[in-house]
Design a protein around this ligand. Structure first.
Ligand code: PLP
Length: 438
């Protein structure tokens, strides 16, 4: 019964190094967060030992009387947290993560080769919403995600001028393509979603409407974003982004004559998955308890304030943001006016310990060599940073861009020191310690 340190010092050392990396960098990846000690305790608990195929009170293995209580608690809290009436909505909390959750919805509610329309990857959508690459040489398109292998997908896009969802184009394309399902939600969209428009277009074509709220589920939960549940038939999410829980997924579905409940439950298991990860499910449940507290609402409001502060400062420095700013937790910085690529900026930021990711921006043709970067506020807000810190971060990003452009006001070495001083700031560390597992 050895500790990890005693049993496998190599692995213990690698984990320690990763913890140090996470703590000493400025973590701006919009899909990441620092989860709590309570969630970590669930993830490292005896629940990982248990097989529990099936649903609570209808399992294929014995010994599930406690696990049933855990999964029931999670399902009840999930419905309560999103203010859903259990007579109208059900939830499956077993998807291992966001991608399996989406594929389970397609598997349960569509037939192979049915048509799906989701936001294109270069426009800020997610791979699982259907995506192709185009081979010029072969003059063909190639399916990249299983969604476009097993279903027919025609993506819609943002308007190349405004960066906003192009509803006119979506309406026209949908009338021609007649999708069985429209997917709203994305991974890199800095504005809120107009679900009324999506619902109207879905209804015009007899399509189901799925919202993948993975990025904004913390904002939806705290009523700091529009509510997809008022308009959509199905809502999926991950739990580890703005919700700040464990890596896991959930599927919410309408309970009505369309019989979504057995179709989705059977798609998750036995169609796609085996035994549910009850340690993750316990982690979701305990995170949902935090999500329903006033502290979490304050946190999400601060996330939005911080993203807005960073955006405003970058604009002051003369930079271009997609859609001109943000109304959620992330911003998309269009570096093309400076003649920079997202890859170059990501590399320079990495070298000075600012972690962010290159990202396609409106009008980019490819996600492989994109013209911008994505910046998110959830992780550093968890660490206790406020608007002034995010203004300082925008100043660092400005200096990083100057380094990339060889306007050497600051050396890379100096900038790294500034970044580390902010990341290791004792007050911020103390605040971060209150909520995270470090
Ligand atoms: N949906 C959206 C909108 C996402 O941004 C992501 C992940 O980034 C996913 C789904 C997939 O989640 P996972 O990486 O947990 O499979």
């Amino acid at each position: 019964n050895m500790s990890l340190e005693e049993h496998d010092p190599v692995m213990a050392d690698l984990i320690e190094k990763e913890k140090t990396r996470q703590w000493s960098c400025l973590e701006l990846i919009a899909s990441e967060n620092f989860t709590s000690r309570a969630v970590m305790e669930c993830l490292g608990s005896a629940l990982t030992n248990k097989y529990a195929e099936g649903l609570p009170h209808a399992r294929y293995y014995g010994g599930n009387e406690i696990v049933d209580q855990i999964e029931d608690l999670c399902r009840n809290r999930a419905l309560e947290a999103y203010r859903l009436d259990p007579k109208e909505w059900g939830v499956n909390v077993q998807p291992y993560s966001g991608s399996p959750a989406n594929f389970a919805v397609y598997t349960g509610l569509l037939r192979p080769h049915d048509r799906i329309m989701g936001l294109d990857l270069p426009s800020g959508g997610h791979l699982t919403h259907g995506f192709y690459t185009y081979s010029k040489a072969e003059n063909t398109r190639k399916a990249v995600s299983a969604t476009s292998v097993y279903f027919e997908s025609l993506p819609y896009r943002v308007n190349p001028e405004t960066g906003l969802i192009d509803f006119d184009e979506l309406r026209k394309l949908a009338a021609l393509f007649k999708p069985a399902m429209i997917v709203c939600g994305g991974s890199a969209y800095p504005r809120d979603w107009d679900y009324t428009q999506f619902r109207a277009i879905a209804d015009e074509n007899g399509a189901l409407l799925l919202c993948d709220m993975a990025h904004i589920s913390g904002l939806v939960l705290t009523q700091e974003a529009n509510n997809p549940f008022d308009y959509c038939d199905v809502v999926t999410t991950t739990c580890h982004k703005s919700m700040r829980g464990p890596r896991a997924g959930m599927i919410f579905f309408k309970k009505d004559s369309r019989n979504f409940e057995p179709r989705i439950n059977n798609a998750v298991f036995p169609a796609l998955q085996g035994g549910p990860h009850e340690h993750q499910i316990a982690g979701i449940a305990t995170q949902l308890k935090e999500c329903m507290s006033p502290v979490f609402k304050t946190y999400i409001q601060q996330v939005k304030t911080n993203a807005a502060a960073c955006a405003a400062r970058l604009v002051e420095h003369g930079y271009t943001l997609c859609t001109g700013g943000t109304e959620n937790h992330l911003l998309l910085w269009d570096l093309r006016p400076q003649g920079l690529t997202g890859s170059k900026m990501e590399k320079i930021c990495d070298a000075v310990h600012i972690t962010l990711n290159k990202n396609a921006v409106q009008g980019d043709r490819s996600a492989v060599s994109p013209g911008g970067v994505r910046i998110g506020a959830p992780a550093l807000t968890t660490r206790g940073m406020g608007a002034a810190d995010f203004q300082a971060i925008a100043d660092f990003l400005h200096r990083a861009a100057q380094i990339a452009l060889k306007i050497q006001e600051t050396s890379g070495k100096q900038l790294k020191q500034f970044v580390e001083a902010l990341a290791n700031n004792a007050d911020i560390k103390a605040l971060g310690d209150e909520v995270t597992a470090f």
